[in-house]
Design a protein around this ligand. Structure first.
Ligand SMILES: *Cc1c(COP(=O)(O)O)cnc(C)c1O
Length: 399
């Protein structure tokens, strides 16, 4: 038994984080750490990253005043940070661009990633096409059948999609295969992680590539309103769009931050690693809150939204939970569906099911706000990808 709770220091957020990986992967992590140390403050690297965020991804994303949604609640003014308007339709492109540029600087010619629903696979395949890199996406065989459209998308983008048949043939098995591929092709391969999770330096690095969200909100809020918001709301899968929104405001403890997890169906079927019964443990190289049985077996997460259905959580959020720096709560599948419908009808914006959780949380938050206050919700992605699934949930036949 490793006494993780005693450890602090490098790669830690309080006691959380760390590097719990096999020896072989340790060499790759050290190489990555050194490269990241070298480049993350390098003006040339940052200028190149900024250029791609602007020219390719379409940043800055708008901070949009949702006037009708505001009227609907009759309380604080609601603004939406429109990550859904970025190229490929979500915030994931910020991180994929950053990591691919780093991979290039490290002289790597191949990228590898795992994907569940396919969103991270598509973002990775996109930047691999852009930067002319060979791309291998590992995906559970089950998932390749459920997500045929995304598999075809990745192939169009030039990626090789590798179906994984071991274990339960889903995301966790694909993750193991991707890590194995990485560890045995370390000299020319870079492993792209899709959220603020995994061993150090990934959580730090992904946060740095996503913090532009909050930095823009600060600037846009000052320009538009001459003041900062009172509340920040974001959905939580692994925790990257939320940490991206929160980070620049951690120096403003008076601004309340809410992370919204997938509440699923009930107390036993959900993705509530922080707002439910999760306890700290080790998953995918890091010590963090985790859905697990009393004897430490990882429990499979469930959410209607594929992007939220992860049993772990980025280690920095675990630290924020313990210190009270942010508040973690959840909304159920049914509530998220209502949020999806509400934003579509009031603002003419169809949100991703993930983002619909943040929208649905307004039901709980808005009654506590005042008219002179400001709420910013991170609209992490657009909902086109979810329309067929939602139709099915609502019993509409659109075949
Ligand atoms: C993947 C995804 C998420 C969840 O991931 P985080 O790392 O928690 O941000 C949220 N929204 C959208 C649209 C996604 O694609």
């Amino acid at each position: 038994m490793i006494n993780v709770a005693e450890k602090t220091g490098k790669g830690r957020f309080g006691v959380y984080g760390g590097q719990y990986v096999p020896e072989l992967a340790m060499h790759a992590l050290i190489e990555l750490e050194e490269a990241y140390e070298k480049f993350h403050n390098d003006p040339e690297f940052l200028a190149e990253f900024k250029k791609y965020l602007r020219e390719y991804a379409g940043r800055p994303s708008n901070l949009y005043f949702a006037e009708k949604l505001t009227r609907h609640y009759g309380r604080a003014k609601i603004f939406l940070k429109r990550e859904d308007l970025l190229h490929t339709g979500a915030h994931k492109i910020n991180n994929a661009l950053g990591q691919a540029l780093l991979a290039k600087r490290m002289g790597k010619s191949k990228v590898v990633a795992e994907t569940g629903a396919g969103q991270h696979g598509v973002a990775t395949a996109t930047v691999a096409a852009l930067f002319d890199m060979e791309c291998h996406i590992f995906m559970g065989k089950e998932d390749t059948e459920r997500q045929k459209l995304n598999v075809f998308r990745m192939k169009l983008l030039g990626a090789e999609v590798v179906p994984v048949t071991s274990g339960t043939a889903t995301l966790k098995d694909a993750t193991s295969e991707a890590i194995r591929f990485w560890a045995s092709n370390i000299t020319d391969t870079y492993y792209v992680i899709g959220s603020a999770v995994g061993p150090h330096p990934y959580p730090l690095m992904v946060r740095d590539f996503q913090k532009v969200i909050g930095e823009e909100v600060r600037q846009q809020s000052m320009e538009k309103l001459g003041r900062l918001p009172n509340y920040l709301v974001a959905c939580i899968g692994g925790g990257s769009n939320s940490i991206g929104l929160f980070h620049d405001f951690m120096k403003n403890p008076e601004i309340k931050k809410f992370g919204v997890e997938g509440g699923g169906i009930d107390d036993s079927k959900n993705a509530r690693s922080l707002s439910g019964t999760g306890r700290p443990g080790i998953l995918h190289g890091a010590y963090s809150y985790l859905l697990q049985t009393p004897d430490g077996q990882v429990i499979e997460a469930y959410s209607i939204s594929a992007g939220l259905d992860y049993p772990g959580i980025g280690p920095e959020h675990s630290y924020f939970k313990d210190t009270g720096a942010a508040t973690y709560d959840f909304v159920t599948d049914a509530e998220a569906i209502a949020g999806f419908q509400l934003l579509s009808k009031t603002e003419g914006i169809i949100p991703a099911m993930e983002s619909s959780h943040a929208i649905a949380y307004l039901e709980k938050l808005m009654p506590k706000t005042r008219e002179d206050e400001i709420v910013v919700v991170c609209l992490s992605g657009r909902g086109d990808k979810d329309v067929a699934h939602v139709a099915k949930y609502l019993g509409e036949n659109i075949e």
